[in-house]
Design a binder for this molecule. Structure first.
Ligand SMILES: [Zn+2]
Length: 97
């Protein structure tokens, strides 16, 4: 198992949680920028929504390096708090032991 595979899973989790925590400050910044540039907020929300959707999809679909199935998605759906693979129980920190 390559070390970079679990690092990629950790990165996907950090990215998704980071975007979630940054959503409100980013929305405020976009609102301010739209006021300054006299641009409708709608035009700034399109790329922002695209980035958020892409990151959410990447998070949901990132594969487990051991079983090859989706790391955060199991029988019960997507688990954003998971620190183990939802299919084979591989720890997200297995390569650090
Ligand atoms: Zn797995």
């Amino acid at each position: 198992m390559a070390d970079s595979s679990l690092a990629r899973v950790r990165w996907a989790k950090r990215l998704a949680w980071g975007l979630l925590w940054a959503a409100v400050p980013l929305a405020l910044v976009l609102f301010r920028v739209s006021e300054t540039l006299q641009l409708p907020l709608f035009f700034l929300m399109i790329p922002y929504g695209f980035v958020c959707l892409s990151c959410a999809l990447y998070f949901a679909l990132v594969p487990c390096p051991r079983c090859g199935r989706r790391f955060f998605t199991g029988t019960w759906g997507l688990n954003p708090f998971a620190s183990k693979c939802q299919n084979c129980a591989l720890s997200i920190h297995e390569d650090r032991r």
